[in-house]
Design a protein around this ligand. Structure first.
Ligand code: COA
Length: 269
């Protein structure tokens, strides 16, 4: 099994959508799958620009909820590229065509996107979006995998909320080091955290594409209630003081009758 090749064989086309100069620097065929390059600075690709925005909005809660256009440009297209899967408009269910406002567009339609942008740290990329309007085929997760390989990314930073089920996908890449356990200046200040992930020189990506599981047999030190802000603040204080380190272990988030719990490994330094 090869996740990316299997999705391509099922009729999905991997694409990259960004500034032409960025597209030229991406790996052209991550995991052996040729990227269909869509230059965002070519006016002929304006429809693609709109559809990426609508798919992002639809996935996150409604087609008008997409990232603001200036974010899509300033924080996506100019520094990097959106990477995901597309399919011919004719293959889309009628409902989805309607929801995506395709109008007369009859070309390739992006149905997922993942994006990371480079940080000042060499090899470190900040991942800030992963979304899809096709469920049950791992298309969203596979987009993140594909994008990290296309960028040549070695390690990532990300922000998440402890009760977001997507943590189950993020922790497939390995235990997440919780570098900021509490982010009071975030839009969601109660349970957002910043994580860092080491991709082991990219080796992790190859293993995931082969369908392998990145095992972590370490036992959690405690289960964090996804809404226990007080505990998160305590973890943040200890992290800043340099006395403790924290990791979010796979599977990242566990639903229980009492709410969502996160398996945390605590290391006393
Ligand atoms: C998160 C997202 C990108 C995942 O897309 P995907 O990889 O194509 O998701 P799939 O439908 O194939 O599901 C992948 C896995 O997640 C699990 N999953 C899906 N929805 C779930 C839910 N609500 N709760 C728990 N697990 C869920 C599936 O069971 C599957 O697990 P499996 O592979 O072990 O069977 C997609 O759901 C999405 O766009 N969500 C909205 C945007 C968002 O929240 N993005 C993440 C924030 S960074």
């Amino acid at each position: 099994m090869h996740l990316i090749a299997d999705l391509v064989a099922s009729g999905l086309t991997p694409y990259a959508f960004g500034r032409k100069a960025n597209l030229d620097l991406l790996h052209p065929s991550p995991f052996g799958a040729d990227l269909h390059m869509v230059a965002a600075d070519d006016p002929d690709n304006l429809a693609f620009h709109h559809i990426v925005n609508r798919l992002n909005g639809l996935a996150y809660g409604g087609k008008d909820m997409g990232m603001p256009a200036w974010v899509q440009i300033d924080c996506g297209i100019l520094p990097s590229a959106f990477i995901g899967f597309a399919m011919p408009a004719s293959d889309l269910p009628e409902r989805l065509k309607w929801d995506l406002d395709l109008g007369g567009h009859d070309g390739l339609v992006p149905v997922s996107e993942a994006i990371s942008i480079p940080t000042a740290e060499p090899g470190r990329w900040m991942s800030y979006s992963m979304s899809t309007v096709v469920s049950g085929r791992q298309v969203g997760y596979a987009s993140k995998l594909l994008s990290l390989r296309a960028y040549g990314c070695r390690s990532t930073l990300g922000v998440a909320q402890f009760d977001n089920f997507a943590l189950r996908l993020h922790t497939r890449f390995g235990a997440l080091e919780i570098v900021e356990p509490h982010v009071p200046y975030h839009t969601c200040p109660t349970n957002s955290f910043v994580y860092a992930l080491d991709l082991k020189g990219g080796h992790v990506l190859d293993r995931l594409d082969r369908g392998e599981v990145i095992d972590d047999d370490r036992e959690p030190s405690f289960m964090l209630d996804a809404h226990d802000t007080g505990r998160m603040i305590e973890m943040a204080d200890r992290t800043r003081a340099g006395t403790h380190r924290y990791f979010l272990l796979p599977p990242g988030a566990i639903r229980t009758d009492e709410g969502v719990l996160s398996p945390i490994l605590e290391q006393v330094l």
